[in-house]
Design a protein around this ligand. Structure first.
Ligand code: AMP
Ligand code: MG
Length: 388
């Protein structure tokens, strides 16, 4: 639903960053090979450059070629040249005999190489341009920069790359009981952990986070803060979306002319989640219990954020893992529960005290997705798992 609604946004501006700062950013350009890769045919192994037509046969070893130097002579008929991994294939040679095979069917005595087998065509040769051709896109626009992309950019000499500017995500917490973390709560108050967790997730998944002042449980103030929050690329609201008498978020959004794509989802925690658009900006209203907020960000808002950041989100949502312990639940809702995966990959669902239990979330190293239409799992049965 979120992916069908939010288009990948490519119209946004790009900025140039140092390669060392590019990790996790989204490429705003195609990165091109500045030359053929490899630029010349190279040896894939340490061994001997030979001519296939001479084999099997007795060859005379005429010199060597190391990585980083140009061969100074060609391989003539009945000749071989010692060659190192990565070195340019000398003219005349059309195969490399790998050193590790020497002594099986290839023997060396002084400068005489005795070969009792034929060579395969182009054996152990990496052809010029076989990995990429000059001018070819080797990492594409929309690709998230990971360390393989960093290696690619470095390899084509790009110390700076164009990346999309991060979308600005405003974060609005609601609730009279919600207190800034610098203040000391009394027994009826909670510290505003959601804003901090959401800001951390926003940064991790490609956005710039701006935390707004907490909205009191009152329509007008909530509406004013929401209106300010909508002047961003995405607005995340925590709390105030349940059916309580003091939940004003939906009313305030409706008074701002919001269009709602959904205002309830069949998951637990997180049923009252709201998703829509107002004043041209997408928003999510996430239920305020810390695990509800955390889970609904992962399940719904993360994909929208990644799209707004220009990413191609084509990764699987969940993987599957065997259960380490049997489990039962009441069917009807898809549950997202704190889980612990062991070194074999098997997962167990942790005991937790409901959706306020941040300590259980900290103990977890995975989120288990418990299907709505199944009641029981035995040890070894497979179940959905999201990375934490
Ligand atoms: P709500 O979704 O507004 O009904 O909030 C449900 C519960 O979540 C509240 O009773 C608070 O205990 C907790 N809560 C709400 N907002 C926050 C927040 N920003 N940080 C931490 N806990 C919160
Ligand atoms: Mg509330």
């Amino acid at each position: 639903m979120v992916l069908d609604t939010v288009p990948v946004r490519r119209a946004r501006k790009t900025e140039r960053v140092w390669l060392s700062e590019a990790m996790g950013r989204v490429l705003g350009e195609d990165v091109l090979a500045d030359r053929d890769m490899p630029p010349m045919a190279r040896s894939l192994r340490d061994g001997f450059a030979v001519r296939g037509a001479d084999l099997p046969g007795v060859l005379r070893i005429k010199g060597e070629v190391k990585a980083g130097e140009m061969p100074t002579r060609a391989v003539g008929g009945g000749e071989a040249i010692r060659i190192m991994t990565g070195a340019v294939i000398p003219e005349g040679a059309d195969a490399v005999l790998m050193k590790e095979h020497v002594s099986v069917d290839v023997t060396v005595e002084g400068d005489v190489l005795r070969v009792e087998r034929a060579a395969q065509a182009r054996e152990w040769i990496s052809e010029a341009g076989s990995m990429a051709k000059e001018g070819e896109a080797v990492a594409r626009l929309g690709r998230v920069v990971d360390s393989s992309v960093v290696a690619m950019c470095a390899s084509v000499g790009r110390s700076q790359v164009e990346v999309f500017e991060r979308p600005v995500v405003r974060i609005l917490s609601t609730g009279d009981e919600v207190l800034d973390i610098a203040r000391k709560p009394n027994a009826t108050q909670v510290r505003n952990s959601n804003a901090w967790a959401l800001a951390a997730d926003v940064r991790q998944f490609g956005g710039t986070a701006e935390i707004l002042p907490v909205a009191p449980d009152e329509e007008k103030a909530t509406r004013e803060l929401i209106e300010y929050g909508l002047a961003a690329d995405l607005l995340l609201i925590s709390g105030g979306v349940s059916a309580g008498d003091y939940d004003f978020v939906e009313v305030a959004l409706a008074n701002l002319g919001a269009e709602f794509y959904f205002d309830r989802v069949l998951i637990q925690p997180g049923q009252p989640t709201v998703f829509g658009k107002a004043k041209g900006t997408y928003f999510f209203g996430l239920p305020g219990n810390p695990l509800s907020t955390w889970v609904t960000f992962r399940v719904f808002a993360q994909a929208a954020l990644e799209r707004l950041a220009g990413m191609d989100t084509d990764k699987p949502f969940a993987e599957s893992a065997p259960m380490a312990k049997a489990y039962r639940h009441k069917a009807g809702l898809t549950r997202f529960l704190p889980g612990l995966r062991d070194a074999t990959g098997a997962v167990e669902i942790l005991a937790w005290q409901g959706s306020g239990d941040i300590p259980a979330l900290v103990r977890a190293n995975a989120i288990v997705m418990v299907d709505a239409d199944r009641e029981a799992w035995e040890v070894g049965d497979r179940i959905g798992v999201l990375p934490k």
